[in-house]
Ligand binder design. Structure first.
Ligand code: FCB
Length: 445
């Protein structure tokens, strides 16, 4: 079998997020976040679980970085808990929170692992939520102040910065569906929250540029390649709509200085007014260095006049993961080609991975299904590079099993197994598989 060898500088990494792994939810001066509040509200999370302790990474970060080094990671993507830095969202700084990240970054650098920081992976300070959260335009300004502080503190040693993780998910699941914090159910609010997030992103990019830092800054967008169920005109239109709503809502404003048509159509149809200064697009479209994408599955859609937007989801025929997501590696290739064709920007796959119901047998986790998942997707990443996409890196989701939002601890995405009773970590077979890929800088074709 021929080896598919990646470009020399290709960045192999793994990703996590603060609320999902850190625990220590109220230690050392950390403020409450909207996820603390949400998860502490009975009935929101699977079995009423929460991130109070999670993987206890706050106390075990050294061991965790050792494990990263054992796997051979070249980069580690993690997020900063904003209320750990500014417990009230702004104003008074919490030096102990800053010190935690300083120690983590030092440890990563000592092991030659490049830190890639996400500034916002959904844990907004509750104090800001109390002032309206993302529905309040001022939150964008407070975010850029927080970001500016982080740049000032770590801008010289951290080479990769991601402003927001998946604004679509925070806006839509958090504000329209209420499945995520802050648990609101108001579709119009989702557009407003989303806009303020984009503004926050743009202001942070400007702050980064003003500071003259040498690293790269971008944003992470969740994408799912869309396919029409049939080639009928109606299904093709439905697919186009879904692509605009699910993929481009947060991309077009950055690269094309406008929202996809569909956003305005939904607002109009519902008689919702949504007014903001046109100059917002000057801020939102501040040039970025890369686009981060999180890819897990595809979307097959058909026209259905009774469904939301006239678009109905159709289940695909392939194997599904424990999340109920269809495994479709070709979708990764297709979306990479599509995005590079449309936006001509360097891309990182900032998340890709699968949840499976892993079991420990004789101290070992034989997660063949995850190995296959990773292998097939990494192959498609290679094909995309071969076909001209400027793909710079791949981050597996996740470094370790963790708190999977509304699913609590019931979904295991890690390449490291976590026993939540003892906090013992075990490298799964997929971790060894990934280690080999990194060592060889390639995958069997
Ligand atoms: C993404 C999130 C990440 C994780 C994966 C499975 O949407 O960014 O935190 O939950 O899904």
């Amino acid at each position: 079998m021929a080896k598919l060898v990646f470009p020399k500088e290709f960045l192999w990494g793994a990703a996590t997020a603060s609320y999902q792994i850190e625990g220590a939810w109220n230690e050392d001066g950390k403020g409450e976040s909207i996820w603390d509040r949400f998860a502490h509200t009975p009935g929101t999370i699977y079995e009423n679980q929460n991130g109070d302790i999670a993987c206890d990474h706050y106390h075990r970060y050294e061991e965790d970085v050792e494990l990263m080094a054992e796997i051979g990671l070249k980069a580690y993507r993690f997020s900063i808990s904003w209320p750990r830095i500014f417990p009230e969202g702004r104003g008074k700084l919490n030096p102990k929170g800053v010190y935690f990240y300083e120690k983590l970054i030092d440890k990563l650098l000592e092991k030659n692992i490049k830190p890639a920081i996400t500034l916002y992976h959904w844990d907004l300070p509750q104090a800001l939520e109390d002032k309206g959260g993302w529905l309040n335009r001022d939150t964008a300004k407070y975010f850029s102040e927080y970001a500016n502080f982080m740049f000032y503190k770590f801008g010289d040693v951290v080479p990769i910065w991601i402003t927001l993780n998946e604004p679509f998910v925070s806006a839509f699941l958090g504000y329209a569906w209420g499945w995520h914090a802050p648990g609101k159910k108001d579709m119009k609010g989702a557009f407003v929250a989303g806009h303020n997030m984009l503004l926050a992103h743009g202001l942070a990019v400007q702050a980064y540029r003003d500071g003259g830092y040498k690293g790269n800054i971008g944003i992470t967008i969740n994408v799912a390649t869309v396919y029409p169920e049939t080639n009928s005109e109606e299904d093709l239109k439905a697919a186009e709509k879904q692509d605009a709503f699910g993929n481009r809502w947060f991309i077009d404003p950055i690269f094309k200085r406008k929202y996809p048509e569909i956003i305005w159509r939904i607002l109009e149809e519902n008689n919702w007014s949504f007014v903001f200064p046109a100059s917002d697009f000057d801020i939102i479209s501040s040039p970025i260095d890369f686009m981060g994408i999180n890819y897990y599955t595809r979307n097959i859609v058909a026209y259905d006049k009774n469904s939301h937007l006239g678009v109905k989801r159709v289940e695909g025929p392939n194997e599904h993961t424990d999340m109920g997501w269809e495994v479709y590696p070709d979708g990764l290739y297709d979306i990479l080609i599509q995005l590079y064709r449309d936006y001509k920007i360097p891309i990182y796959i900032t998340e890709n991975g699968a949840a499976y119901n892993d079991t420990v047998e004789d101290g070992r986790i034989r997660d063949i299904n995850r190995i296959n998942y990773l292998k097939e997707h990494i192959k498609r990443a290679y094909f995309a590079i071969r076909d001209g996409v400027d793909l710079r890196g791949y981050f597996v989701w996740s470094l370790m099993d963790n708190f999977e939002w509304a699913h609590g601890y019931s979904k295991r995405f890690g390449i490291i197994y976590v026993d939540y009773n003892t906090q013992k970590r075990i490298l799964k077979d997929s971790a060894y598989f990934y280690k080999k890929i990194i060592e060889e800088n390639g995958v069997d074709g």
